[in-house]
Design a protein around this ligand. Structure first.
Ligand code: GDP
Ligand code: MG
Length: 596
């Protein structure tokens, strides 16, 4: 295939608007997979199926015969479907010249539609607008087309109407891709320049890199170099994804496919990197930066004896995800564990869920925190990943915290509630606009740490699930924060320290202690809990010692009730986690995340 008969495109959509179903249909129509063989072929992991999000981007090459009776090679690049992966989304977009912009005919445009639209426009992609699910009784394609025109400036006459479920309108999709998306423009005879836009780990071949050939060609046996590191590799295999890896021996200018560089660790490759031939350097493609962890949390085995098993599980899981950074750490309060850094909240949740589901690990996770920058004055700064490392003996002039630029779309009737919530969470309103009939679009700068403490579910709760939310990375900004410590029997518990807004120190201190008091069991002695900020005690609680036997509550001879109580007690005991001088139930940790 010469470059003029190649199209590289992706599908961008809000979650559940039908991206995976559309991709399946396109693969069936072109014979890449058998009809009905696999629902949502591209979503491979169990968590992805469950949560309906794509975690790792997958790619497939389709051969399509156009109305000009010529075959076209269409490379469909499946972008990660979530904001946490926005850097990876933008790298995948960089491998494309166009995108299908899919909107649900019943739901209309949502926050993720708008955020992805902006990313795609910034990359200069040609957009093919598409309204899916026109079979739904609630479908209002005309109204949705008008929204797309009003909010995104789309020409309504260009909109393709489909039902990926019934197949209606599907025959119009690929012709629109060929007609409206430009062919990749590169130098077929120029020096090799390829974009590495994704990588995954294969048990047999090691790391598999997904690439787009911007200029030149790559052949099996070539020696290639990664621009960012200068490391060189011998290409052991090249091919296309159809959708399984299919060796072709060569990839030409404009094509999308994979190369196997013969390395074991995914940590050695960097998404967004430029690869070139040995001793033939090229100007690297723009926009490369190493993935940066934004949210950190401690992971500890519930039972300290399971630490070795946890190590193995974490090792395996990070084999396939270069964006998780893990360091072993020893907490005074929780014992041996890990400090793990994630791209965002969902990334962390997915990781935790996989750790439990796929590796049976039983872990507690401490309240996630973000990376702060401490300013000591005179140009001296320090990154702070662990609140308990916040210095108490050195004057901090200012604390800078990371922010996000959030896009929110909600029915106009909930606008007041959403704005109230964003204000409570220290948000700064950037834009307020109409998004179709009775709907409002809001753009806010919000502290990333507020996302780490349940902002999104609170927003859902206050809008009966109608608000949609998406964000891009923002800048660091100055914040008035203080270190809050929780003390058990007068001693600070390192794992519970956090940085909080000065005005919230007291309420938050009280709320955390309240939750601990509610969930902890009484002991033979009084348990004394305190919250302190900068050496000042802002809240205290005492959990009184048990005076009577638990069974004394069950007067009379109800044996089954007694047994139940004893069983319950035993069960409770098994899930206790030692936290410094006290023991707390495992369930306390997620509750603390929600403390306000
Ligand atoms: P994604 O999150 O964008 O990948 O969305 P999915 O492809 O997973 O689809 C979300 C849900 O919508 C699934 O239950 C699909 O079966 C359903 N769906 C997808 N396309 C259509 C369609 O054209 N009509 C109807 N009625 N349902 C659809
Ligand atoms: Mg999907």
């Amino acid at each position: 295939f010469s470059a003029e008969r190649i199209r590289n495109f992706c599908i961008i959509a809000h979650v559940d608007h039908g991206k995976s179903t559309l991709a399946d249909r396109l693969m069936e129509m072109t014979g890449a997979i058998r009809k009905g063989s696999a629902a949502q072929y591209l979503d491979k992991l169990q968590v992805e199926r469950e949560r309906g999000i794509t975690v790792k981007a997958q790619t497939v090459s389709l051969v399509y015969r156009h109305r000009d009776q010529k075959n076209y090679l269409l490379n469909l690049i499946d972008t990660p479907g979530h904001v946490d992966f926005s850097y990876e989304v933008s790298r995948s977009l960089a491998a494309c010249q166009g995108a299908l912009l899919v909107v649900d005919a019943g739901q209309g445009i949502q926050a993720q539609t708008v955020a992805n639209f902006h990313l795609a426009s910034e990359q200069g992609l040609a957009l093919v607008p598409l309204i899916n699910k026109i079979d739904l009784p609630a479908a209002e394609p005309d109204k949705v087309a008008q929204q797309m025109a009003d909010v995104l400036g789309i020409d309504t006459s260009q909109v393709v109407l489909t039902s990926a479920k019934t197949g209606k309108g599907m025959h119009k999709v690929l012709p629109a891709v060929v007609d409206q998306i430009p062919a990749p423009q590169g130098l077929p005879e120029g020096p090799l320049r390829m974009l590495l836009f994704d990588a995954f780990h294969d048990e047999y071949r090691g790391v598999i890199c997904l690439v787009q050939l911007v200029d030149g060609r790559v052949t099996k046996g070539d020696r290639i170099v990664a621009s960012s590191t200068g490391e060189d590799y011998e290409v052991q295999e090249v091919g296309i994804l159809a959708p399984e890896p299919y060796p072709t021996g060569v990839l030409l200018c404009g094509q999308v496919g994979y190369v196997v560089p013969g390395i074991k660790s995914i940590k050695a490759v960097r998404v967004g990197d430029t690869l070139h031939h040995f001793k033939k350097p090229v100007d690297p493609l723009p926009g490369f930066r190493p993935a940066k962890a934004m949210v950190f949390a401690g992971l500890y085995p519930v039972d300290g004896e399971d630490f070795a098993d946890l190590c193995k599980a974490v090792d395996k899981l990070t084999l396939n995800d270069a964006s998780v950074v893990v360091k072993k750490e020893n907490s005074e309060a929780l014992g041996p564990g890990f400090r793990a850094g994630f791209l965002g909240m969902l990334h962390m949740e997915v990781f935790m869920q996989r750790l439990e589901q796929e590796y049976g690990a039983n872990v507690v996770t401490t309240t996630p925190t973000v990376t702060y920058i401490l300013d000591f004055g005179r140009g001296e700064t320090q990154e702070l990943e662990r609140p308990s490392d916040y210095p108490l003996d050195k004057k901090v002039h200012g604390v800078l915290e990371p922010t996000v630029l959030a896009t929110i779309i909600c029915p106009s009737q909930y606008q007041g509630r959403v704005m109230g919530l964003c204000q409570e969470r220290r948000g700064e309103l950037m834009e307020q606009a109409v998004a179709g009939q009775d709907r409002t679009l809001l753009r806010y700068i919000l502290p990333l740490s507020e996302l780490a403490t349940d902002l999104y579910s609170e927003m859902k709760a206050r809008t009966q699930g109608y608000a949609t939310f998406d964000y891009e990375e923002g800048e660091y900004r100055l914040a008035d924060l203080q270190r809050l410590d929780i003390l058990a029997h007068g001693k600070p518990v390192d794992a519970l320290a956090r940085l909080v807004s000065r005005s919230e120190v007291e309420t938050l201190g009280r709320s955390i202690l309240g939750k601990m008091k509610d969930m902890m069991e009484r002991q033979q002695f009084d348990i004394i809990l305190q919250a302190s900020a900068d050496g000042r005690v802002v809240a205290r609680e005492t959990i009184k010692a048990v005076r009577k036997n638990v069974l004394a509550k069950c007067y009379g001879g109800d044996v089954t009730r007694k047994r139940k109580l004893l069983d319950k007690q035993k069960e409770g005991k098994q899930k206790l986690k030692r936290l410094g001088s006290i023991e707390v139930p495992q369930e306390l940790f997620p509750e603390l995340m929600k403390a306000r």
